[in-house]
Write a protein that binds this ligand. Structure first.
Ligand code: PLP
Length: 451
């Protein structure tokens, strides 16, 4: 299997190359040159463990990684999860299920992808003997998950850009209190979009990239997308038989990586019915899917900070498929969006991909209501999924973070501050962070000085 860029101006590369490169040299994102039809094969995956499902799926994509090595990487990646089935499905009501994706080391769904990515990197460094520097932009959870994925791995430094003062305190501590000497948290001025822009600019300097062997762990990395397909497949089989093909998968969304993985699993033959893109008050994707108009607004800080995003980087991958796989068209639409900040789309299949919006006021109400009705505690990101409730039709809501990551909001809503042992220990550890302007030059200088 080869991987091509959404912008169509680079030669196809192998899986390992695409993972190592991150952003394609033409500025596009990597995608499989063709999605295999695994529909028939997936019918045999009922009852497999999470790891078995993962390996069965990934071996079609990671075709240049030795199968035995891949099996080991997969096992290693999910060993640190707190529950045996890794991604448990819980039924809350007759037509309502929750997929708990927060049992990994940093208590957010990003562990599913970043544990695997960390091991893929380590495997590659071992093979090539070339040290790697990883640059990440995060609105909160990616940074922590990337660190946990790479902690203690030889030959990797990790630089994390995050908006200073705009992420939850415990999320920040997960990044700044690791005590690891290969981890550099860079607190930048501005919001997440500023961080992402600075990251893109840094990556666009090809000479610098080569000089320090730079790679991205962002939601743009191909391996993340593929790793996330697995829990859609796994949870499909955990739903009752009569429900599987009818359930709507509801996905709290920011950068559009999570829901895109589900959508790609569907395109690869998993018979999922539909998805709902659940945004918070930063609702560009909700406005897009409900009106066809793509128009970025200012980002406002919300109670669900990992979704405080207006420019969803993975949208470009969706666009590639939507535009019939035509890289020229993708380039032209992206450049038009860059110039004017707006684009009018027609013909989205909103039966398959619908959307919703939940503001802070409703997030609070929902957390209270779900707790009162089901005695079940959800975090503010997951709360964005619990809207447009529909008793008649089955829904499976992806729960993307553990509520203990957001103790203040939870205490306000339920009267109880949820805790988790892995977060408690952070509170007494010293913090290390570096304040840097959101400019590529400043970031490059910092990296050069620290490798
Ligand atoms: C990252 C994150 C999201 C958004 O996921 P995307 O793949 O960026 O759409 C939602 N909830 C939590 C808790 C997150 O960490």
């Amino acid at each position: 299997m080869k991987y091509i860029s959404t912008r169509g101006q680079t030669d196809p590369v192998s899986f390992s190359e695409a993972v190592a490169i991150g952003l394609a040299p033409d500025g596009g994102l990597y995608l499989p040159e063709a999605l295999p039809d695994l529909g028939e094969e997936m019918k045999g995956w009922e009852g497999l463990t999470y790891e078995e499902t993962c390996l069965s799926f990934l071996k079609h994509f990671a075709t240049d990684v030795d199968c035995g090595a891949l099996a080991e990487l997969v096992d290693e990646s999910y060993r640190g999860f707190a529950v045996e089935d890794r991604a448990p499905v819980r039924q809350l009501d007759e037509n309502l299920w929750v997929l708990e994706l927060f049992h990994g080391p940093t208590l957010a769904f990003k562990d599913f992808a970043l544990q695997l990515l960390g091991n893929l990197y380590a495997h590659q460094i071992q093979r090539t003997g070339r040290p790697l520097n990883v640059l990440v932009a995060t609105s909160g959870d990616t940074g922590a998950a990337a660190i946990q994925g790479l902690l203690g791995k030889k030959g990797v430094n990790i630089f994390i850009l995050y908006p200073n003062g705009k992420i939850a305190p415990l999320q920040e501590r997960q990044m700044t209190c690791t005590g690891a000497d290969n981890v550099f948290p860079l607190a930048i001025e501005g919001n997440f979009d500023d961080a992402q822009l600075a990251l893109k600019e840094t990556f666009s300097d090809q000479d610098f990239k080569r000089e320090v062997n730079l790679s991205a762990v962002n939601s743009i990395n191909l391996a993340r997308l593929l790793a996330q397909c697995v829990y859609y497949i796994f949870s499909y089989w955990q739903l009752p038989e009569g429900v599987r093909d009818l359930a709507k998968f509801v996905v709290p969304t920011g950068n559009f990586g999570n829901v895109l993985s589900g959508w790609m699993a569907q395109k690869a033959g998993l018979p999922l019915k539909s998805f709902r893109v659940a945004t918070n008050q930063n609702d560009i994707l909700h406005r897009l899917f409900s009106t066809g108009i793509y128009r970025a607004h200012q980002v406002t800080a919300s109670l669900a900070p990992s979704m405080d995003i207006q420019v969803a980087s993975n949208f470009e991958r969706f666009l590639f498929y939507f535009l019939g796989g035509n890289g020229d068209k993708v380039r032209s639409v992206m450049s038009s969006i860059r110039k004017s900040g707006v684009y009018f789309f027609e013909g989205f299949d909103t039966d398959t991909l619908s959307s919703s919006r939940t503001d802070d006021h409703d997030i609070r109400k929902i957390i209270c209501a779900v707790f009162e009705r089901y005695g079940y505690v959800i975090d503010p990101h997951t709360a964005c999924g619990f809207t447009q409730m529909d008793d008649e039709h089955p829904q499976l809501i992806l729960s993307t973070a553990h509520p203990a990551k957001f103790p203040d909001t939870l205490a306000e809503c339920t009267g109880n501050e949820p805790t988790h042992p892995s977060l408690e220990v952070l509170k007494s550890k010293p913090e290390t962070k570096f304040e840097v302007p959101a400019q590529a030059d400043a970031i490059k200088t910092f990296i050069r000085e620290h490798v």
